[in-house]
Each structure stands twice: as structure tokens, then as C-alpha cells.
Design a protein around this ligand. Structure first.
Ligand code: PLP
Length: 323
């Protein structure tokens, strides 16, 4: 078997690299949540990370590793979500040019946030144009380096620092639950968790409507699906990556799913009980335990809250509609 694309040492190195720039986010607990689950839950609050999500960790680690030539050329990324802001902010801190390829109909707040970090935005039509091709063309013609949102060893190693901090600050956990889109966060966190406690059970949690990860783990190959309809917009990925999948296959115990209703209930729980704004995708892992889908009674359980970027009008509507 080939060795995995990242090792725990890569995560240790990434942690040193991002140390001065990323927040060491807090780990919170709640007696109410413990009561509901019958477990001791430790919530790693990446909704309080810079730019509002863990993606800053991976983007900053990847950009920090650029050669002087790459730094001079700058970075290009395509995303309408948190990866765009993570790359834009990292490039600003490191004094690099950033070009972000975004759909024409991306939400105003995301455009403004990305522009606010000084990035140049190139628009494309998501129904008629191929963003990969546009990104590749910009990279080639302008001498920029393309950084993908999840399928890159430096991105994966950066994301793994979230689990490393959780273990350091809360102690080792028996179970670790991680939101899953393309698997950058899950693969990095699994490598960290298994290195720090070999028998830790690591689970990925994805939206019911987009269970490509679950299908992939079952079938042993990367399953592609159509863009899923779910309120978890950060997990509307169509497939796992060629770097993330082998890590998930060898270290992750299982992949669970939750419904949009489970996500909305979890969002409301965090707002009401813990005074935390967590975006729908950020609630994936928490919803698996708060809804009782995974029995964790008597266990110490780490739960990654991956982000807190929400459109306030949508957020209010989702909270209002929880029964
Ligand atoms: C991107 C994202 C995810 C999914 O991360 P992957 O590395 O693609 O699996 C989960 N939560 C939030 C808030 C995100 O922005």
C-alpha cells in the first residue's frame, strides 16, 4: 500500500506555520448537551476562527509553503464560500496577489467579504461555464498557483490542526465527529486523532441529500453525485478527493448522515443554549449526536463546529421554522 498523503508530522509542522496568524479557538461544553446525549461533549469552535471557519488553517498553511516564485505570482482559487475568504485573507496577510473565481450569482455578503480582503474577483456563469477550466487558464496565463478547497496535502495538514488543538485542550476523546464535504477537514483531523489516540473512533458526518462519502466508503471507490440540495452549503460537494479518500478509507470508522431538519434544530440549540452562531454545515457533526443518530452514551466526544458564516436573513428564517 502507498503511504498516506499526509503524516502527523505534517500537521505538527502546519501548526507551527499557522500559529501566529490563526486563532487557537476555544473548546466549549454544555451541561444541556451532555444531558441530551448522555456523553461528555467537547465542541471545538471553529465558527470563532478568523474569517469564520476552519478553512483559514488549510489555506494559510498552503500559501505559507509557496516558493519565492510562487509568492511573486500569487494564488488563484475557485469557491463561492469559505475557501474563497480563507485564501483571500491568507494572501493579504502574506502580501500576495489573490484571484478568486466566483459564480455571477454568489451571495452579496460573500463577494463583499472576499473583496474586503483585497482579492480580485473573476465571475463565471455556473450553468454554462466550467470553473476548473477558468481557474486553470488564469493560473497558466498569469503564473498563479491554484489552491483547491480540500484535495491538497498542505490544505489537509492545515485542517488537521483543529483536532490537534482539541486533543491538547480537552484531553484525548473516545469519539471524534467531523463535518464532511470533500474531506479536507475529516482527513486531516483523522490523522491527528489517530496519532494522539490510536483507538479514537473518528466519524464523518454529511448531509442526507448528499451522501457520496458514505457511498464511497461502502463501495471502495470515489462515488460522484449531482450537486445535492441541502441547507449545508459548505458540504454540497459532488465527490471526495483523490488525496482525501485514501486517508478516510484507512482511518475513519464510518460516515453518518443527518437531515436538514436535524441541522436546523442543532443551529437553534447553539443559538439558544450556547449563544453561538453556527452555520448549517458547521452543525453537521453536532447534529449527529444531538439528534441521537449516534449512540455515544458514557463517552468523551469531540465535535468540530466547522464554521459560523451565515446570511442573517436566512439564519433567522431557519431558526424561526424549527418546530
Ligand atoms: C468547507 C466546509 C466544510 C467541509 O470541509 P471539507 O474539507 O470540504 O470536507 C465543513 N464546514 C464548513 C463550515 C466549511 O466551510
Amino acid at each position: 500500500m502507498n503511504p498516506l498523503p499526509i503524516s502527523f508530522q505534517d500537521i505538527v509542522d502546519a501548526h507551527v506555520r499557522i500559529g501566529a496568524s490563526a486563532h487557537r479557538t476555544p473548546v466549549f461544553s454544555s451541561r444541556t448537551a451532555d444531558g441530551l446525549s448522555g456523553a461528555s461533549l467537547f465542541f471545538k469552535c471553529e465558527n470563532l476562527q478568523r474569517m469564520g471557519a476552519f478553512k483559514f488553517r488549510g489555506a494559510y498553511n498552503a500559501l505559507s509553503r509557496f516558493t519565492p516564485e510562487q509568492r511573486a505570482g500569487g494564488v488563484v482559487a475557485y469557491s463561492s464560500g469559505n475557501h474563497a475568504q480563507a485564501v483571500a485573507l491568507s494572501a493579504k496577510i502574506l502580501g500576495m496577489r489573490a484571484v478568486i473565481v466566483m459564480p455571477k450569482d454568489a451571495p452579496r455578503a460573500k463577494l463583499d467579504a472576499t473583496r474586503g480582503y483585497g482579492a480580485e474577483i473573476v465571475f463565471y456563469d455556473r450553468y454554462t461555464e466550467d470553473r476548473d477550466a477558468i481557474g486553470a487558464k488564469i493560473a497558466e496565463e498569469g503564473g498563479l498557483t491554484l489552491i483547491p478547497p480540500y484535495d491538497h496535502p498542505d490544505v489537509m495538514a492545515g485542517q488537521g490542526t483543529a483536532a490537534k488543538e482539541l486533543f491538547e485542550d480537552a484531553g484525548a476523546v473516545d469519539v471524534l465527529l467531523v463535518p464532511l464535504g470533500g474531506g479536507g477537514l475529516l482527513s486531516g483531523c483523522a490523522v491527528a486523532a489517530k496519532a494522539l489516540r490510536e483507538d479514537c473512533l473518528v466519524y464523518g458526518v454529511e448531509p442526507e441529500a448528499g451522501n457520496d462519502g458514505q457511498q464511497s466508503l461502502k463501495s471502495g471507490k470515489i462515488v460522484h453525485i449531482a450537486t445535492p440540495q441541502t441547507i449545508a452549503d459548505g458540504a454540497q460537494t459532488q465527490h471526495l478527493g483523490k488525496h482525501t479518500f485514501p486517508v478516510i478509507q484507512s482511518l475513519v470508522r464510518d460516515i453518518l448522515t443527518v437531515s436538514d431538519a436535524d441541522l436546523a434544530s442543532a443551529m437553534r440549540f447553539f443559538a439558544e443554549r450556547m449563544k453561538l452562531v453556527v452555520e448549517p454545515t458547521g452543525c453537521l457533526a453536532a447534529a449527529a449526536v444531538l439528534s441521537g443518530r449516534l449512540d455515544v452514551r458514557g463517552k468523551r466526544v469531540g465535535v468540530i463546529l466547522s464554521g459560523g458564516n451565515v446570511d442573517l436573513a436566512k439564519y433567522a428564517a431557519l431558526l424561526r421554522d424549527v418546530p
